[in-house]
Design a protein around this ligand. Structure first.
Ligand code: SF4
Ligand code: SF4
Length: 305
């Protein structure tokens, strides 16, 4: 494989310079795999530069594909994040003048610059045209190899495809058969406080598992990587085909399972008590996908914008 390709830019392990990429001809790079969500001026500039220099762009990993965990920052705005990080986040912060990072700072030696920090986290395709998506946090090696082989052999699907199977994790999960005919959830348990039965479906046990709304493919064997180590799926592979908003889909699926066994109608009070057992609903249902969901970001009040 290594003899078939030249790596021309890979800033993490090797010391390539941006100026080397800028000096390339447009389209000179065959494929750019771009990871990470877009939050700063520098990330946005690099995305545009690589789009110009590459014939094909693959969004690599959950952050690039969906916005990822950094996308949960869209529940706040830039000012709130800076106020928290540089002011209130822990008692050891000593910043009486409330100094926050500036794009340009004057120092005796001259000017120091930092990339601008945007109000909203974006997925890669909200900034540039993307040809393919390689999902996962992180994408599994077997799928990376499959993608590279498909590129080398010219056997890629239609532009815009997610390069992973078109089923849900539940479709291939070995615990699916353990589900009762009708799941009835009357207690919501946290995995960190529960000894989960390694044979049983998490959801049927009252542990939130995003398997019903998550694309399969994180493991070659069929069971998800997390399921295989007795952890519920958190949804890093993104939605399967036909699902635009995996968080909303899961909330709706989950709501249909809530009920006290043997009781036809739960009181509103009981339902509320049960729902309140979901700790951090936004982080549970939108952990990887907020920037590409229908919500996209929280609208802040005018004086915060
Ligand atoms: S909800 Fe989770 S544990 Fe249950 S079948 Fe689906 S993926 Fe497997
Ligand atoms: S089980 Fe779910 S969260 Fe875990 S790696 Fe697979 S898709 Fe991602």
């Amino acid at each position: 494989m290594v003899e078939l390709v030249d790596i021309v830019f890979w800033p993490c392990p090797m010391d390539f310079k941006y100026k080397d990429v800028r000096a390339m001809k447009d389209g000179e790079i065959a494929v750019a795999f771009i990871n990470g969500a877009i939050r700063t001026d520098e990330q946005e500039e690099m995305a545009h530069l690589l789009r110009k220099k590459a014939q094909m762009v693959v969004a690599f990993g959950s952050c690039s594909h969906l916005g990822g965990i950094p996308g949960l920052g869209n529940f706040w705005d830039r000012e709130t994040i800076f106020e928290t990080v540089y002011g209130k986040s822990c008692p050891s912060i000593d910043n009486p003048d409330k100094v926050i990072p500036q794009k340009v700072s004057k120092v005796p030696e001259g000017e120091l610059t930092l990339p601008g920090f945007h109000d909203t986290v974006k997925s890669l395709d909200q900034v540039i045209d993307v040809d393919y998506y390689l999902p996962g946090c992180a994408p599994p090696p077997y799928l990376i190899m499959k993608t590279i082989n498909a590129i080398l052999s010219g056997e890629l699907p239609e532009k815009g495809a997610v390069l992973a199977p078109a089923k849900t994790l539940c479709d291939t999960c070995s615990r699916n058969d353990s589900k009762p005919e009708k799941i009835s959830i009357n207690e919501i348990k946290r995995i960190s406080l529960t000894k989960a039965d390694p044979e049983k479906c998490f959801l049927a046990e009252g542990i939130i598992c995003m398997g019903p709304v998550t694309r399969v493919g994180c493991s070659e064997e069929g069971d998800g990587r997390c399921i295989a180590v007795n952890m519920p799926c958190r949804g890093c592979f993104g939605p399967p085909p036909g699902v635009k908003d995996m968080g909303a889909k899961m909330i709706s699926a989950f709501a249909s399972l809530i009920g006290l066994e043997g009781e036809e109608n739960m009181s509103e009070e009981d339902v509320e008590k049960l729902i309140n057992q979901v700790v951090d609903p936004a982080g549970t249902f939108y952990r990887f996908s907020l920037p590409t969901s229908l919500l996209r970001r929280k609208k802040m009040s005018k004086n915060r914008q």
